[in-house]
Design a protein around this ligand. Structure first.
Ligand code: CUA
Length: 319
């Protein structure tokens, strides 16, 4: 698929590859524009020459006058020489300016690390040095060099936030690494960019770039254990198998298959960006997870209406 088509598709999904918000992405976008403008000029010149040849074909002389030798010179110059010069220049430019800035960062030059772990079909996010584990919503401080280290728990995924940097493939057994540096606060939407199964298209990540103080406050809240202990829904959660797959720090729930739910209610979306995190959506999701996202690993659990209500009350209290 051409770069333009990828760009249009990404734009439709709420991302804009032409709206960079970090130094590496500025370089990628600039290279994209140079290639787009250059190839447009090249295409126009070739089209013009073709038309010229077409309209002058019935005349006795060659399109540009002169003899065969002159024509051969033109073909060699414009057909071989010029492309060689342009491609060499692009090679040097992209190596000096683009590849360097999008390369895996040296950990000594970054001030924090976030681990991104791809799962079918969601993102696990860990903040090394803290107990913080969350899912699908990646918070980073603005104007800070963040080392994103990506791995996968199952198949190949690709982590891509187009407004911040290029994509990194998450290949089993390997660690991918990339620099995130947000120029200003905002929400940057990303996607899984490698087909990974039935719900590949519903595997979004949202990056929240926040001013340092706001980020620190968020991190402090996330470090705390769950605040809702003792609610009736907690027992429902433990008795119905939820705890086998999900972790809620500060309780007996230690499952590591699905997303950490310690601060579920602090997140804006459910099911990796598939739905807003509101009570009706949360009820729909828990009642029938396979309806919203067929093929995901969350099973449907049968329980009484009373248990269901207390369970949702409990999950909503996990702020
Ligand atoms: Cu994960 Cu596609």
């Amino acid at each position: 698929m051409s770069g333009a088509a990828v760009g249009v598709l990404a734009l439709a999904a709420g991302q804009n590859v032409l709206d960079p918000h970090s130094p590496p992405e500025h370089r990628i976008t600039m290279l994209g524009w140079i290639m787009f403008v250059g190839s447009t000029i090249g295409l126009s010149v070739v089209a013009f020459l073709l038309l010229l040849g077409y309209f002058r074909r019935r005349r006795d002389s060659l399109p540009f006058g002169g003899g065969e030798k002159h024509a051969t010179g033109l073909v060699i110059g414009l057909g071989i020489g010029l492309p060689l010069i342009i491609l060499s220049a692009l090679f040097v430019y992209s190596n000096i300016f683009v590849i360097q800035s999008t390369a895996a960062p040296n950990p000594r030059t970054t001030s924090m690390t976030v681990k991104v772990i791809g799962h079918q079909f969601w993102w696990e996010l860990r903040y090394p040095g803290t107990t913080v584990v969350t899912a699908n919503e990646l918070h980073i401080p603005t104007l800070t060099r963040v080392n994103i280290k990506g791995t996968t728990d199952d198949v190949i995924h690709s982590f891509w936030v187009p407004e911040l940097n290029r994509k990194i493939d998450l290949v089993p057994g390997q660690v991918g690494s990339i620099l995130f540096y947000a120029n200003r606060a905002g929400e940057y939407r990303g996607k899984c960019a490698e087909f990974c199964g039935l719900q590949h298209a519903h595997m979004d990540v949202i990056v929240f770039a926040q001013p340092r103080a706001q980020f620190d406050a968020w991190l402090r809240r996330q470090k705390a254990p769950a605040q809702a202990t003792g609610m009736p829904g907690e027992q429902v959660f433990m008795n119905n198998g939820c705890a086998n797959c999900h972790q809620i720090r500060g309780t007996a729930a230690r499952g590591l298959v699905g997303p950490d739910l310690t601060h579920l209610a602090s997140r804006t979306t459910l099911a990796a960006g598939t739905m807003a995190n509101t009570r009706p959506q949360l009820e729909d999701w828990v009642r029938d997870p396979q309806h919203a996202k067929p093929g995901n690993k969350m099973p449907q659990v049968q329980m009484s209406q009373q248990d269901f209500t207390s369970l949702i009350d409990y999950l909503e209290a996990l702020k």
